[in-house]
Design a binder for this molecule. Structure first.
Ligand code: GRF
Length: 210
């Protein structure tokens, strides 16, 4: 009974995914191993075939496929997402490979309560092909960024960043693997900071507060 009560008192997050869900898995593992005090209320995907949904079900987390094609426009789709997220009191919405751009409808509703993880050192290489773009540009260092989501793509205030030096001759898939490893550590850590109230947004900056 005590265990159940503690479970329900943890800050609640919702995770939005479109694909593999390795970051979702990292979040679930961090919770399981008590590195992150949180509870995933549900996982939502815009794609029926997202492996993230299977990962959620395996962890006994409610998993929903909400198909954008069933809605007349982006605003009504996002209102459906909001309704699902708001079935419980949600502290944070975590985007983990969610491949849709969220409009002001969603962003305004969850103002300063949406996090995203991006596989580059923003503001360098925003967009869907950040790892490939960094390699093609010939940069020597790329990395990982966790940021709050605002109305613009890959743009909001940055919570945590970590650099990943590119090795000579490294392929896209090798670099992606190393970036993913970094993501899986950084995202749960950033979520922990934000949920613990250790961050304050001041303009574009996320300040550490104790
Ligand atoms: C990650 O590389 C993340 O940075 C980007 O999408 C990818 C999602 O991977 N936004 P996964 O679905 O968590 O495995």
């Amino acid at each position: 009974m005590m265990v159940r009560a503690d479970h329900l008192m943890r800050p609640t997050i919702v995770v939005l995914c479109s694909g593999q869900g390795t970051n979702l898995q990292a979040i679930l593992r961090a919770i399981q191993t008590k590195r992150l005090r949180a509870r995933v209320a549900c996982v939502i995907s815009d794609r029926a075939d997202a492996y993230a949904l299977a990962r959620a079900r395996q962890a006994k987390v409610p998993a929903h496929h909400i198909d954008p094609a069933r809605f007349p426009d982006r605003a009504s789709y996002e209102r459906a997402l909001i309704a699902l997220c708001e079935q419980e009191t949600v502290r944070l919405v975590c985007l983990a490979g969610f491949m849709r751009v969220l409009s002001p409808v969603f962003v305004t509703h969850f103002r300063n309560r949406i996090l995203n993880i991006h596989p580059a050192l923003l503001p360098a290489f925003p967009g869907a092909h950040a790892v490939r773009d960094a390699l093609r540009w010939g940069v020597k260092v790329t990395g990982v960024t966790v940021h709050f989501v605002d109305e613009h793509v890959d743009h909001g205030p940055i919570v945590l960043q970590e650099a990943v030096p590119i090795r000579p001759g490294e392929t896209e898939s090798q670099l992606l693997t190393r970036i993913h490893q970094r993501e899986h550590r950084l995202y749960p850590e950033a979520i922990r900071w934000v949920l613990a109230g250790h961050t304050k947004i001041v303009g574009r900056s996320v300040k550490k507060v104790s």
